[in-house]
Design a protein around this ligand. Structure first.
Ligand code: NAD
Ligand code: TYD
Length: 338
């Protein structure tokens, strides 16, 4: 089969490219616009595999997407391409709507026109909004109402609704997964865990929003890739599957765990102004994918953080190139007034 992976030069998409090259016999085409978050260095090893190809293109450009389908005629399209950072969406929502909503629609239209066996949308638990901190008994299920907080999550929810509409109206064979926070190799250092690692290694302060009490449900990226692979191949058409590993941590717990693994002092922690509209708690109920498809997370948090820290130590060039480039101006802009 021929699988197009949009956004395959980013964090989760690139991990998925490697997962498929290592675990399937399929042909993998990465289609990516190479925004600030896309990085061809990440795909250097994939480029050595004859089952892999990279095509630069924008999912919101009809011309780029039609050329892709005209030339490649993919069987499956897995859509990872997105603007993915909540803080950036608060600064400038426009691009989030263009890429995440219109980009998804452009892909869906091409799928209708050329025909595919599956369109899989990689979504997020953030479409469900948040849960209160004092109700640990509550979890997001696939039936939890959509109730978004940030321009990012609103744009992802818009995309999900379109995907479902294209199934209902045009019988397009779609599936959607909604996963909790991922961590692991190739994670861009604007996000919490790689930000802690890259800053702590330089003995720089670690900015913690508010009191650090917000809770996220962390999943090692390879476990997410396995779940997407299962749903894309065996999931029921038209269905949504939540993905998460019951691994809830406060942000402060995460920061302290990573600092301890790095042998760095907790004195680096600096509490800064909270994110506007900051979601309190995310927590997934993954029963549906466990029961229907037999998925279960394989990497516990301690092991996953250890592997991740080791990867960042072994691959300093990868993230140093990022933090010494235009990311430096981003950090200055976003954090100097916090
Ligand atoms: P990322 O920001 O690391 O990567 C996004 C990739 O998409 C980059 O390679 C970028 O160049 C590409 N891209 C952006 N705009 C594009 C466009 N218009 N056309 C083509 N390519 C474009 O993101 P990520 O963290 O890897 O997230 C991937 C997907 O998973 C996103 O859809 C995100 O909403 C979802 N998700 C992420 C998490 C998480 O914890 N990171 C959790 C659940 C779901
Ligand atoms: P992030 O990695 O941006 O993911 P998301 O907002 O999609 O959950 O942030 C994870 C949590 O860490 C979130 O509660 C915000 C918090 N956070 C900080 O406290 N400091 C930071 O510098 C960043 C980037 C995030």
């Amino acid at each position: 089969m021929k699988i197009v992976v949009t956004g395959g030069a980013g964090f989760i998409g690139s991990n998925f490219v490697y997962y498929e090259l290592n675990n399937s016999a399929d042909e993998i085409i990465c289609f990516d616009a190479l925004t600030y978050a896309g990085n061809l260095e990440t795909l250097e090893d994939a480029q050595k595999n004859e089952r892999f190809r990279f095509i630069r293109g924008d999912i919101s450009s009809k011309a780029d997407v039609e050329a892709l389908f005209e030339n490649e005629r993919p069987d499956i399209v897995v859509n990872f391409a997105a603007e993915s950072h909540v803080d950036r969406s608060i600064e400038a929502p426009d691009l989030f709507l263009k890429t995440n909503i219109l980009g998804t629609q452009t892909l869906l239209d091409a799928c209708r026109k050329y025909g595919i066996t599956r369109f899989h949308q990689v979504s997020t638990d953030e479409v469900y909004g948040d849960l209160p901190l004092d109700r640990p008994d509550l979890f997001f299920t696939e039936d939890t109402p959509i109730k978004t907080s940030s321009p990012y999550s609103a744009s992802k929810a818009g995309a999900d609704l379109l995907v479902q509409a294209y199934h209902r109206t045009y019988a397009l064979p779609v599936t959607i997964t909604r996963c909790s926070n991922n961590y692991g190799p190739y994670h861009f250092p604007e996000k919490l865990i790689p930000l802690i690692i890259s800053r702590a290694l330089g003995d720089n302060t670690i900015p913690v929003y508010g009191k650090g009490e917000n809770v996220r449900d962390w999943l090692y990226v390879e476990d997410h890739c396995k779940a997407i692979d299962l749903v894309m191949r065996k999931g029921t058409v038209g269905e949504v599957y939540n993905i998460g590993g019951h691994n809830e941590k406060t942000n402060l717990e995460v920061v302290k765990t990573v600092l301890a693994k790095l042998g760095k002092s907790e004195d680096l922690i600096t509490f800064v102004t909270d994110r506007p509209g900051h979601d309190l708690r995310y927590a997934i109920n993954p029963e549906k994918i466990q029961k229907e498809l037999g998925w279960a997370p394989e990497t516990d948090f301690d092991t996953g953080i250890e592997k991740t820290v080791k990867w960042y130590l072994d691959n300093k060039k990868w993230w140093e190139n990022i933090i010494n480039g235009s990311y430096r101006d981003y950090y200055e802009k976003m954090y100097s007034k916090r």
